[in-house]
Design a protein around this ligand. Structure first.
Ligand SMILES: C[S@@+](CC[C@H](N)C(=O)[O-])C[C@H]1O[C@@H](n2cnc3c(N)ncnc32)[C@H](O)[C@@H]1O
Length: 347
């Protein structure tokens, strides 16, 4: 057991190193270059990316050890292994994971504050975290919005798909950089979309993204704290990984329900989780648990109230909050995803 535990911890030490190297390679364009140009020498890569040959050599060697790149001894060239491109170099792919690593990496600079917070019990305000978090979060969630949202999730609920086609009023609360609304607005030109987020730089980024997509007239973005209520009434309200950030989930669900038209629907995406700790094992649970300790729990505690954390809304918990808020119908929508659980609330 001692040796097996040592191996496990050593493997995590290696993973921490690989994450750091991954972020360096991602931000310097190494993965994109290797995907575009195929097998390449150290010198060619360094020249094309305008980086130091010495550092490129060290990075390629370490990433070969980590299994992120292959080395071809005969030609002394490096290349991405089969299957790597959609995961590390294609932001439109449903398998793209650079945002997940980038997002986690951005929380690491707050670890000293998190250690202090453990001692004091205080929270850490979201706006003291790295400014790059909202951008990396958008890269993390974009693969779902660009692929699953309109191809799988919306078609799984025909009444919403029909409404969107015919033209309804939609609010995405905690919209981040607006990626979900931009995708919806492209697919459903007769509907009108509103995006709200409490973090001003995200709304600024969302406006820029909508302008770049030529959709400024279809989507209105506004800085707004959902815990203060929503302006207007909507046929569809969505939150994508946002409800667990509420310092008072009961009250927030009531505010969302009050902002729905009588036949309106609320689509809530949360992380899949369980109240049974024996079942919370493996890579997904570890990733979500780390996000919870490093970001979701301290930032929600900073607002007062209590903090659900990243994994604080498993199906049974969400259903009991929804019932208290007055929703009469709550159902889990079956989707194929390791990182997402989708719920439809109405009534
Ligand atoms: C995990 S991010 C998800 C962003 C976006 N929905 C996505 O999936 O890419 C959570 C978002 O909720 C926003 N948020 C958290 N608390 C909020 C509140 N009280 N009111 C409005 N937005 C909030 C954050 O600023 C952040 O953009």
């Amino acid at each position: 057991m001692g040796k097996a535990y040592w191996n496990k911890v050593m493997s995590d030490a290696a993973s921490a190193g690989a994450v750091s190297l991954f972020v360096i390679g991602d931000r310097l364009g190494f993965f994109a270059d290797l995907a575009l140009n195929g097998p390449t020498t150290i010198e060619e890569l360094a020249r094309r990316l305008n980086v130091s040959e010495r550092y490129a050599k060290e990075w390629l060697g370490a990433m070969k050890s980590a299994g992120y790149v292959d080395f071809i001894p005969r030609s002394k060239k490096f290349r991405l292994p089969n299957g790597a491109k959609p995961v590390v170099a294609d932001e439109s792919s449903p398998l793209f994971l650079a945002g997940a690593l980038g997002l986690l990496w951005e929380t690491f600079s707050s670890v000293p504050s998190v250690i202090d917070a453990f001692r004091s019990g205080n929270g850490i305000p979201a706006d003291t975290y790295s400014k790059r978090m909202s951008e990396e979060n958008a890269r993390f969630s974009s693969p779902w919005f660009n692929n699953d949202l309109v191809n799988e999730w919306i078609p799984a609920i025909p009444v919403i798909e029909k409404g969107l086609r015919e033209g309804i009023k939609v609010a995405d609360v905690g919209c981040g950089r607006g990626r979900a609304l931009i995708r919806l607005a492209k697919s459903f030109p007769h509907s009108h979309f509103f995006g709200f987020d409490a973090f001003p730089p995200s709304i600024e980024g969302a406006k820029q993204n909508a302008r770049a997509a030529g959709l400024s007239d279809k989507i209105e973005f506004q800085v707004l704290d959902m815990e203060a209520g929503l302006p207007g009434k909507y046929d569809l309200i969505t939150t994508f990984h946002v409800l667990h950030h509420a310092s008072d989930p009961d009250a927030t669900l009531s505010l969302i329900r009050n902002a729905l038209e009588p036949s309106g629907k609320y689509l809530c995406l949360e992380f899949p989780s369980t109240t049974n700790l024996a079942k919370a094992v493996g890579a997904t649970s570890t990733f979500l648990g780390a996000s919870s300790v490093l970001y979701c729990t301290p930032t929600t505690l900073a607002k007062g109230g209590f903090a659900l954390g990243t994994i604080g809304l498993p199906e049974q918990v969400l259903k009991s909050y929804a019932k208290k808020a007055g929703f009469t119908k709550v159902r889990r929508v079956p989707i194929r995803s390791l990182l997402n659980a989708l719920y439809l609330l109405s009534g």
